[in-house]
Each structure stands twice: as structure tokens, then as C-alpha cells.
Ligand binder design. Sequence first.
Ligand code: AMP
Length: 289
Amino acid sequence: MIESLTSPQAAAVWCDQQRQAGLQIGFVPTMGGLHDGHMSLLYHSRAQCDISCASIFLNPLQFNNPDDLATYPSDIKQDIELLTQAGCDMVFTGTLAQFFPDVDDGRNIPCLNPGLAGKGLEGRYRPGHLEGVVTIVDRLFRTVGSCNAYFGEKDYQQTLAVKGLVGQLHACGININVIVCPVIRESSGLALSSRNQRLSTSQKPAAAKIHKALKRVKIAWRNDNIRDPNELESIMRAELDDHDIVIEYASIRDETLWTEHLPEDKLSRPRALIAVYIDNIRLIDNLLL
Ligand code: AMP
């Protein structure tokens, strides 16, 4: 039976007990609205760790758009049921006040700086988003303590920002091993996302074009030997040309060093990243070329 805890304080006690028993903890942070993408993180955790836990916290700090927060799918009962079926040992939730007991005014929580990972793309188009992510993930890591933490490659820039926390936590005696897991997709190629629930049947073909654009640009890099990042961007934009799609970005970064803008040096491990709106639903995806 899954242990369902309603405060970070209770979760911290549970995690300490597991560690004292010599067990390696796997941790999957989520915002709920769970789908097979989240479950894949849990399966990786279960395969690699002795005991697995997840958090469900719809973090208001990372929503720069209040409508996005208001329409974000949330069904805690169903989420706990899915985690139970997937063999999760513990799930915890919490409130902002519980996560930040040291901050008197819950509306003015000081956010951490995601550093270079917070510059460009998500940093540019969702100001404050990655700051909100690292601020809550830092609290989640301090709650769970030393563990393997599982994140999805779908939120590539987020994984960079989260990895940036690890050094600071290590200095506090908390050892976090961040493990990035592959993107789980629908058969159309569309990356699973909690926001997909809001797509109508008629919007789905447009949404599937995101992955088509990523695959197309991979071919351009691999088979057509196109090396100019501007040209690679244009190829994605052409594939995304659709009256239902508003492109926020379709861009290239190099994995060897995150840059705010398009890399100026010769590309060595390029990754294509896309964010679009379909109606008012924001979708992101990326692919290593
Ligand atoms: P979220 O609940 O959206 O904050 O996501 C929680 C975790 O699930 C994050 O690490 C995401 O990157 C990951 N995730 C979301 N969608 C997918 C997906 N389609 N495949 C793999 N991981 C995912």
C-alpha cells in the first residue's frame, strides 16, 4: 500500500527512516495530472533504487501565466491511484506555506537563480518560470534528502537548471544524483504532457507537427549535412507552418555549453528545441540531433 503523506515534514521523516534502514531512495517530482511520461520516471526509479517516492505539488511559483495555472489539469485522487498501481512506495503533497515555513509572507517567496540555464528560450519566453522551478526543487530535494532524482528530457532546459542545484546541496551534505529519462510520446510522436488533455481532436494533428519538425531537422543535420543553426531553425519553422500553430521558438542549442542565444561556435552536439502555442495551450519538445 502506498504511503500518502500530506506534508513535506512527514515526508522528510519517512525518507530519513528509509535511509537509516540502508535503502537507496528514488524520487520523482511532479505537478500532478499524471500520465505515462511521469510513470516512466517511476519505472526507472523502481528499477534502479530500493524504494521510490513521488511528490505532487502544482507549484504556483513556476507559472508566469495565471490562466495556465488555473487550467492546469489536477485530480489528486486519480494521481495517487496511478502511483499506487505503478508500485510507488510513498507520495507527498504540501502547501506553499509548508514548503516555505521560513518565509512569513507566502506571496513574496524569494526565488533562487537558475544561472546560465535560465537564460534564453524558456528563460526568455517564460520569465520567472525556471526561477520558480529551482526554488521548489531545492525545497523538494531538502525534504527528500540524498537520493536519485528522476526528470524527463522533455523539459531539457529544466534538467540543466536542476543539475545546477546539485553542487550547492552537496555542500550541505545532501547528495542528489539527477537522472534524465527519455521523452515518452503518443504514436503520433506528440510528447505526453498534462496539457495535452486540453487539446481537441482537431488540434492533435497540428500538435503532432512538433515532433515531425524535430525529426525533419535531425535528418537535415545527419543526412543533409546542414550545419548553420539559422538554416536548421528555418527548416523547423517550415515544418511548423500551420494556421493552428503559433511558434514561440524553434531553435538550436549545443549540449556542450548552454547559450542564451544561437551558438556562434561550430555545433558539436546540437539539440533542437521547440515551444508553440495551439490556441492557448503551450507545448514544448526537443530532440538531440
Ligand atoms: P511535470 O508534472 O510537468 O512537472 O513533470 C514532472 C516530470 O515528468 C518532469 O521531470 C518532466 O520532464 C517529466 N515528464 C513530463 N512529460 C514527460 C514525457 N512525455 N516523457 C518523459 N518525462 C516527462
